[in-house]
Design a binder for this molecule. Sequence first.
Ligand code: GLC
Length: 554
Amino acid sequence: MIEDLWYKNAVVYCLDVETFMDGNGDGVGDFVGLRRKLDYLAGLGVTCVWLMPFQPTPNRDNGYDIRDYYGVDPRLGDLGDFVAFTHEAKLHGIRVIIDLVVNHTSDQHPWFQSARKGPDSPFHDYYVWAKKKPKDAHKGMVFPGVQPSTWTYVKEAGGWYFHRFFDFQPDLNVANPEVREQILKVMGYWLELGVSGFRVDAVPFLVELKGLKNHGVEDPYGFLKEMREFLSWRKGDAILLAEANVTMDEVMEFFGDNDRMQLVFNFLANQNFYLSLTRGDATPLIQALKASPDLPHTAQWANFLRNHDELDLGRLSDKDRAEVFQALGPDKGMQLYDRGLRRRFASMLDGDRRRIELAYSLMFTLPGTPVLWYGDELGMGENLALKERQAVRTPMQWSPERHGGFTLAQTPVKPLVEEGAFGFAQVNVAQQRCDPTSQLNWTERIIRARKECPELGWGAWRILRTGNKGVMALRYDWKGNAMVVLHNLSARPCTVKLDPGGDEACPLYNVLTEDHSEPVDGQRHTLTLEGYGYRWFRVGHQNPARKHKVEPRP
Ligand code: GLC
């Protein structure tokens, strides 16, 4: 069994180079600025940075519309800056993964520019075409309200092309073996330049073969296996992290049997977490975890609270979603695409530190690998004056100086959050660094704890009974060590009687404070949690090394 799967115990931090740090004073974040902030990231304790798309782009969907897979957008630097960054990240013990956006290209990509000239173009079949307007042209839009259709007519080509997303993002025809080869070539290129893998964009759409001239391809998921084979051959420890907002019935198609994606974001747990948080009732989250299938050895969930998109609640029932909207984003202007909220986490909770800590503590201890969205370690808020998802993509707030210390230029690439309790004068790195009680320092401590508890990333987990629906308790077992974590999602303090499981009565050692617990009633513990309280316990031993047996060599 392979025991050095680094991603099982990683802490991933997602950022957009454009909005992280401007190194050359032109108002746009860049690789030079990001490189200077590696000490910050290392100090926070993150072990892997996920870079959002930075390749040359018309930038009509925040870079998710790529014009050239083999470059760096000139606003952000050049390939040399990229390599200098990945190299220095490695020296800081930080791996780099990048977005792989190959469901579609930009309409400005030379392939599409050629393809749109008509069927004689050698690139025509790189995309998905129909001679007649498809009946479902006004169905299946990912951005309802702002995206009118999924097929667009090109006069020159005499046909319609398919685009699951905006019309400037034509879908690649992944059934075409040439396209598959091109995608693998892109992966190989960035692996050679030092990345440790990819966050694969829009995977369910990437594998959808609907309406395609399918070149005899029958298994839509077969390409995921090809990608994994190629990846692992070129770089043994590289990973694929899938953006796949799918049901639990489908998810194994994405994980495969140790032969497709190593990581898949747990969208179901994410959405049910918000329902649990809203209700102060752990039941929806517990149900989502119970629905999750057993994963093969190399597979792992990726957990997140927020990301760069809207908080997508599309998998909740209309009634449940309305309940979360009412609590966390009641104004129409906070809602997006009929399914989500365009808000940051801290502002959704009005900056309530107790609930913010509870939520992040929970995210760091759910089965899987935690993924943070930049700025959330400070409790940044959104700028609702910006369009759609841009609201949560404002520049990083480094200090109370002009433009939050992000740039020395007159005009930053995107306006910062200036006003109110979440403005950069109130919420910034410089001030929080000096305050031991700040959210930044709390996050640093919780990351340290998470890294020191490998049981959480590796262990076999189960849900323990607490007899209180506000409280979720999980037990993890790994290599003879065990942990128990408890989270009270409700505002009410409570006392629970907990059997931590295992064969014998034993103490529970608190990992975060000195508030340990002795069994009182056989194996059972009486644990008192404040409203929104959380506990991380080691079972039986304070120092896990004591139970880890090293077999003598024969
Ligand atoms: C993914 C990204 C999103 C982007 C879309 C199209 O869902 O997360 O930001 O707009 O793909 O590439």
